[in-house]
Design a protein around this ligand. Structure first.
Ligand code: ATP
Length: 292
């Protein structure tokens, strides 16, 4: 388990992180969500030891990790720092060597990863000759070549087409299944909704919600209910203890304000057929807006 406890950080007088606390569990994909400037990159850089916190602690397997002690972390930074003129295969293998792999293992890992990322035929090309999406796949290979114990990826899916998302996701899921905690940031809520097991939402440098995807849905989702009947549902507005938030012909979405959802169902059945009835499962987008 990777734990981030009460991390704080300022730049000059500007406090950008306030007691940031969350965990990234082995074998899980954890999505790190936040608006621009909310503190995702700063947090990730602290987790990686690229930046020192002003308070708090990062621990891996129960032991605090300090600067220079993170050789087995794989990092994909937001500013992609690879060499444009160097051949893709040489570059990945060289990064593997920098992480302490012997030459044969570095080569073998490079080949396996490029093959897995559908880049085998581009190994001899200069990085800059690749499309941006393919360069991004190379970045993933760079973060993974040394078989890291922990993966931290800043916006790994931005700019990828749906096929590339699937390829990269497959590779990351494999690592997660092998027991690696995977933390990745993203703005693409719909994508995160499909991909992640756990979610951490950060706003203004504070964690405003965290938990499994299902927990967040439950926590934020039990308030709204949907009713679909066969004629106009306007009568729901007159029920006591019910507040209608959306009304569209036969469909009403309502919140309970002291009322009971089963009373609403009974009232609907007394009037005729009920086509649908139940709690509305919120999208991550709705949870995100509420948690901001
Ligand atoms: N080196 C720095 N010096 C001064 N301020 C900084 C520095 N790095 C980050 N900040 C500030 O810290 C805040 C958080 O930035 P950060 O890059 O962590 O946000 P983010 O959530 O990753 O944003 P984005 O989604 O836009 O990448 C911002 O207000 C930013 O201007």
């Amino acid at each position: 388990m990777l734990t981030v406890t009460a991390i704080s950080r300022s730049f000059g007088d500007h406090r950008v992180l306030h007691d940031v606390t969350f965990e990234v569990r082995p074998g899980r994909m954890t999505g790190f969500l936040g608006a621009n400037g909310s503190g995702k990159t700063t947090t990730m850089r602290i987790v990686l030891g690229v930046l020192a916190p002003h308070g708090g602690e990062v621990a891996w397997r129960g032991r605090p990790v300090r600067e220079g002690e993170r050789p087995s972390f794989g990092y994909m930074p937001e500013e992609r720092g690879l060499y444009p003129k160097m051949a893709v295969g040489d570059q990945i293998a060289w990064l593997g060597r920098l992480h302490g792999l012997d030459r044969a293992t570095a080569r073998a890992n490079t080949e396996r990863l490029l093959d897995r990322l559908d880049l085998a035929d581009r190994a001899g090309d200069q990085l800059e000759a690749l499309s941006l999406g393919n360069q991004q796949r190379v970045q993933i290979a760079a973060a993974l070549v040394h078989d890291p114990e922990v993966l931290v990826l800043d916006e790994p899916f931005s700019g990828l087409d749906p096929i590339a998302v699937g390829v990269v996701l497959g590779v990351l899921r494999e690592r997660a299944a092998a027991g690696v905690p995977v933390l990745f940031s993203s703005h693409q809520l719909a994508l995160v909704e499909q991909l992640c097991d756990d979610v951490v939402i950060i706003s203004g440098g504070r964690v405003t919600a965290s938990g499994t995807r299902e927990e967040l849905r439950e926590r934020y989702g039990t308030r709204r209910h949907e009713l679909v009947v066969s004629s106009d549902a306007g009568w729901v507005r007159d029920l006591p203890g019910v507040r209608v938030v959306e009304l569209d012909g036969p469909r009403a979405v309502f919140e309970l304000d002291g009322g009971d959802d089963q009373d609403v169902l009974r009232a609907a059945l007394e009037r005729g057929a009920v086509r649908a009835f139940g709690p509305v499962v919120p999208t991550l987008d709705e949870i995100f807006k509420e948690a901001m």
